[in-house]
Design a protein around this ligand. Structure first.
Ligand code: SF4
Length: 215
């Protein structure tokens, strides 16, 4: 079987790659920028493409984000289908051959690039990420999420945490003039999105988010 990538874009449409230490030079070479990535925080519920199921992230990861609201890698150009950084694409994209996923499995979760290792990142942004992680760890969110489906008190606590996180995030973005792309690169995705991905209904009522458990 030929291992030549047909560059059909099927993998790219399923989502961008997680970055590894080997990809660090792509920032310095300006192939990718910090606003291209989404920070997946430790313990954040995430999809593991190698195991084909949801997991809790064992460590912080930087992943190339989606295009608009789609999963498609934002470095993928759909028409004609092409990777806009093909010659310099990240490690996982060079290893991934869709019909032989084993090569990717060998590096998945290993030697991951952390936010602190991104070259020339403003130290104030890095401090902000650390403060945010300490104030709103995914471990605490996950504990409440597990109970909230059957416990009204846990549901109320979860709703309160989701709203506090959102207010903190909005205040921080305003104070540091973070664009939406820089927000997800530094702070990651908001809690309410993880709650929605876990089946909770999220509604806005009078400026507050209200959560309802999965039915
Ligand atoms: S970086 Fe390029 S090859 Fe990798 S998923 Fe994105 S578009 Fe596809």
């Amino acid at each position: 079987m030929s291992r030549e990538c047909r560059r059909c874009g099927e993998c790219c449409r399923r989502g961008g790659p997680v970055l590894h230490s080997e990809d660090r030079g792509l920032f310095a070479a300006k192939v990718i920028s910090i606003t291209d990535v989404v920070r997946v925080r430790k313990d954040e519920p995430a999809f593991d493409p190698v195991r084909g199921r949801g997991v809790r992230a064992a460590a912080e990861m930087l992943k190339i984000g989606g295009r608009g609201r789609s999963w498609s890698c934002r470095l993928f150009s759909p028409d004609p289908p092409a990777c806009t950084v093909h010659a310099d694409r990240p490690l996982e994209c060079r290893l991934l051959f869709c019909r032989v996923p084993g090569d990717l499995a060998a590096v998945a979760g290993r030697d991951l690039l952390a936010l602190s290792a991104v070259p020339d990142l403003d130290s104030a942004l890095l401090r902000l990420a650390g403060e945010f992680d300490r104030a709103f760890p995914f471990s605490a969110f996950n504990l409440l999420l597990e109970k909230a489906a059957r416990d009204r008190r846990a549901l109320a606590e979860l709703s309160s945490m989701v709203n506090r996180e959102l207010r903190f995030r909005m205040k921080t973005c305003a104070a540091h003039s973070l664009s939406p792309s820089l927000e997800t690169a530094i702070l990651g995705r908001p809690f309410f999105m993880s709650a929605a991905a876990s089946g909770f209904e999220v509604q806005e009522r009078e400026g507050e988010l209200a959560l309802r458990p999965p039915v």
